[in-house]
Design a protein around this ligand. Sequence first.
Ligand SMILES: *Cc1c(COP(=O)(O)O)cnc(C)c1O
Length: 354
Amino acid sequence: MQFIDLAAQYQHLKDKIDARIQAVLDHGHYIMGPEVQELEQQLSDYVGVKHTISCANGTDALTLALMVLDVKEGDAVFCPTFTFFATAETIAFEGATPVFVDSDEDTFNICPADLEKRIEATLAEGKLQPKAIIAVDLFGLPADYPALRQIADKYGLKIIEDAAQGFGGEINGQRAGSFGDIATTSFFPAKPLGCYGDGGALFTDNDDYAALLRSYRVHGKGKDKYDNVRIGMNSRLDTIQAAVLLEKLAAFPQELINRNKAAQKYTAELKDTYKTPVVPQGYVSSWAQYTLTSAERDADMAKYKAQGIPTMVYYGTCMHQQTAFKALGYQEGDFPVAERLASSVFSLPMHGYL
Ligand SMILES: *Cc1c(COP(=O)(O)O)cnc(C)c1O
């Protein structure tokens, strides 16, 4: 069996996706064609935000969000240490300093109490200007935005929601992608909503942010791409990928139901053997990963492998343990929960056609 069976999904949607791709080949608007606009409108409707701005990948989406918030050298941006590298990488790429935060024991998401401690410590040290929080909807479960918003307001910080894994998640009926001042997502093939290459998007209700994002993603364009009013990037979603995503988005609600059924079944069968995932009251996960913790991870993974069941470790190394962030000076023991997770988590196969 496959860990994420993209071939099964393609077989299910083949006729529709093939027709959508053929339509792009026929009209020939490969860059910013009509499918891109159509997709942005549908994503705004689904997420429940005013603006969707598509871009080339989830990493660029984070970079674009940080550009809009004018994050730069001397700024502190707080993010979980237990996440994918891009969350922290983009902060450093903009010249700012990532300040890492420990995880919540049960949800694996950024711990609000530890966040406040790290903000206070950064203020007390007085070297960096606290600017923003990047919260990650890890493994599909939205972070604790009610608590994060209180902290952000108290210290005058902006929230970027990294919903690369969270697309489809909810808190009390409100969808992931709508919790940050700006939210980002990724359409990397293995994400809950993926295309057939790289892709990404940003979500916001803020008209000024949206206008800036539309400029930044096309070389800082003014009235057109040959009128350049600021330094930007080249970060657009290909029309063919938008065409694929239009069909995948149509199938997404049913896939989300299937993922949740699979997760419920896993939990029913495994809850006496492992610590199974916690979904707080009122939350919905999009189950980007179904992740267990085990003190005998290697032996457990070998046992599943022997039965033809692939497993993966997300993530075996925290950000503060990465070679690239060595200069930040963190030490083993600085993030006890995240470090324990990194040495004990493993994920089971999960997709909409399991
Ligand atoms: C995948 C991912 C990204 C980056 O997305 P890409 O499209 O691969 O650039 C960022 N943050 C998180 C949490 C991710 O899982």
